[in-house]
Design a protein around this ligand. Structure first.
Ligand code: SF4
Ligand code: SF4
Length: 76
């Protein structure tokens, strides 16, 4: 399982505050230096799920870890 942050994020920062191992970091996006986003350091994350519970935007989702090079998804 991995936790990841999707586009619903409203940048409140609560997840970064609650994470017991400081695995959630703010970083500038590549699109704009004014824009910030939060990312989860998968190496540091201990998968406690606290960030997903506190997120007011339900932007943190738990996913199955993908094995190999990643699955190919059909375009709709
Ligand atoms: S708690 Fe949710 S909305 Fe707030 S910064 Fe984290 S992912 Fe974004
Ligand atoms: S699942 Fe727990 S350890 Fe992982 S990023 Fe969220 S709060 Fe941090």
């Amino acid at each position: 399982m991995i936790f990841s942050i999707n586009d619903e994020c409203i940048l409140c920062g609560m997840c970064a505050d609650i994470c017991p191992v400081n695995a959630i970091l703010g970083e500038e996006t590549t699109q704009s230096i004014d824009q910030y986003r939060y990312v989860i350091d998968q190496d540091a994350c201990v998968q406690c799920g606290e960030c997903a519970e506190i997120c007011p935007a339900q932007a943190i989702i738990k996913q199955e870890e993908e094995s190999g090079a990643g699955r190919k998804e059909d375009a709709a």
